[in-house]
Ligand binder design. Structure first.
Ligand code: ADP
Length: 477
């Protein structure tokens, strides 16, 4: 198992655990080093005070040497300590065979122990430091030789209780443990707080993603805080992504709805002429000896409806190509001949209307000649369809700044304000009684052609007075 496998799964707890280890190790090393340094210093002080005292006593006892030796039970007066610091030291003088000559004795009234090893070392002229337990008291003992002309004549032991140092070190240990615990607790709490605060948006993000996954509701958002750290930025990026997804989803639904409506409308529009054709054809089959007038009427109806279907299918094809992303040609087109040709084509249908070109300017645009002609034909077709006998239809072409303006105005039935915003929608017909031979697709095709030329189409109309359709296309530079 990798060492990371021992770590908790949650990122927050992992951070806390890692921080615990790092801070813990540093604190332990630091506190341990400090404690060790303090203990050594204290011991060093004790030992140097013992050496000082030993030297002082050593110098003072030479006067008691008789015939080059120190004798047991000899009365030796130990000089008082020179400094306050060494006042609690114990001094003991022994012969080389280990018999105590004089001792100031330990606080418990015991002699300083002197073992064979130490005696041997001192006899050889060496000094030793030892830590010895006497009763329940620990002593640091310094044993050194008493020399007379380089000859060892006795043993001088100076000792000091370690109780005070032990107490100081115990206090230091307690202080270190309390300090360590407080520092660890504070740093764990701080890390937990920071991790919790920083990772809160991440938790929210996971919850939101789960909710979106479960319900498919893309309107869900992560609550973000104003503090934009990395996690905060991730949450706000996630929100932006959700917004995009939501809007694409909305667009997709709208497109699907529009498509569904389009198919339903198209089927509905095709059913009417088909029913008429089938009815008339059935009648012709069933009644062989029909009067020539009735037969003529049935055939005319079949012809008209079939023609209507042809137009409808052709319009549907144009729109289907438009939806499939079909792009029109982009070549220089002179507007004047296009408009004149469309007007000529429509003249035979407008015999009882006054169709005329009022103004025509020489302007050129970039686009598709056939499509532009189809656009003018649609507008003229509508103008003829929605005008009464003797009404007038005017066509104007002019250059306005950098635009070519094509205007088709009529004094026909007009369009009410409630229908105006919808007339460019597919299959929308404002006046169903008058537009029975229309498909409701003409203006949507016109709008698509205008958009393909990067232009705009607008309408102004008043019921009973007439309508003005205005197309603006960028003129060729
Ligand atoms: P349609 O084939 O029915 O004419 P269009 O898309 O060309 O379909 O026109 C949509 C509707 O806008 C028409 O049904 C009609 O009610 C209205 N309309 C269009 N042009 C005119 C006009 N010149 N005068 C009055 N109404 C119009």
């Amino acid at each position: 198992m990798s060492p990371l496998g021992l770590f908790p799964k949650s990122l927050r707890w992992r951070l806390v655990a890692l921080e615990c280890i790092v801070v813990g190790v540093i604190l332990l090393a630091f506190t341990g080093a400090l404690y060790e340094l303090a203990a050594r210093n204290l011991m060093h002080d004790v030992q140097s005070s013992l050496v000082d005292r030993a030297q002082q006593v050593n110098g003072a006892i030479r006067q008691y040497v008789v015939f080059g030796a120190l004798r047991p039970k000899q009365v030796i007066e130990i000089p008082p300590p020179e400094s306050f610091a060494s006042s609690d030291t114990v001094v003991q003088i022994s012969t080389l065979d280990g018999q105590v000559i004089v001792t100031t004795s330990t606080p418990n009234g015991n002699n300083i122990p002197l073992d064979q090893d130490t005696l041997q070392q001192v006899s050889l002229g060496n000094s030793t430091f030892e830590r010895i337990k006497v009763g329940d008291e620990e002593l640091e003992v310094y044993s050194s030789p008493i020399l007379l002309r380089d000859r060892v004549i006795g043993v001088l032991q100076v000792a000091r209780s370690l109780q005070l140092i032990e107490q100081t070190l115990a206090r230091l240990r307690l202080f270190a443990i309390v300090g360590f615990t407080l520092a660890m607790t504070a740093s764990i709490l701080a890390t937990f707080y920071v991790a919790n605060r920083s990772l809160f948006p991440l938790k929210e993000l996971i919850r939101t993603a789960e909710r979106v996954g479960r319900s498919g509701d893309l309107s869900q958002r992560v609550k973000t805080s104003p503090n934009l750290d990395e996690v905060g930025k991730l949450a706000s990026t996630f929100n932006t992504m959700l917004e995009r997804l939501e809007s694409s989803d909305r667009q997709l639904r709208e497109t699907l709805d529009a498509e569904r409506r389009f198919v339903a409308d198209a089927s509905h529009e095709l059913r009417t002429p088909l029913t008429t054709i089938l009815g008339n054809a059935g009648l012709l089959l069933k009644v062989p000896n029909m009067s020539p007038e009735d037969r003529q009427e049935s055939l005319e109806q079949i012809y008209e409806e079939a023609d209507r279907m042809r137009r409808l299918v052709s319009d549907l094809l144009t729109l289907a190509r438009a939806d499939a992303g079909f792009r029109l040609k982009q070549e220089p087109v002179k507007v004047q001949p296009v408009v004149e040709s469309a007007v000529r084509e429509m003249e035979h249908r407008a015999t009882d209307r006054q169709l005329r070109i009022d103004k025509i300017s020489d302007v050129e645009v970039v686009g598709d000649k056939d499509a532009l002609k189809q656009l003018v034909l649609i507008l003229l077709d509508n103008a003829i369809k929605y005008t009464r006998s003797q009404d007038s239809i005017q066509v104007e072409v002019e250059k306005d700044d950098s635009q070519a303006v094509i205007r088709v105005s009529d004094t026909g039935i007009g369009i009410s304000q409630e229908h105006l915003p919808h007339i460019f929608e597919r299959f929308y017909r404002a006046d169903t009684s008058r537009s029975s031979d229309g498909t409701g697709l003409g203006l949507s095709i016109a709008k698509w052609i205008v958009e393909q030329h990067c232009g705009s189409i607008s309408v102004a109309s008043e019921i009973g007075k007439g309508s003005i359709f205005e197309v603006k296309l960028p003129a060729k530079k």
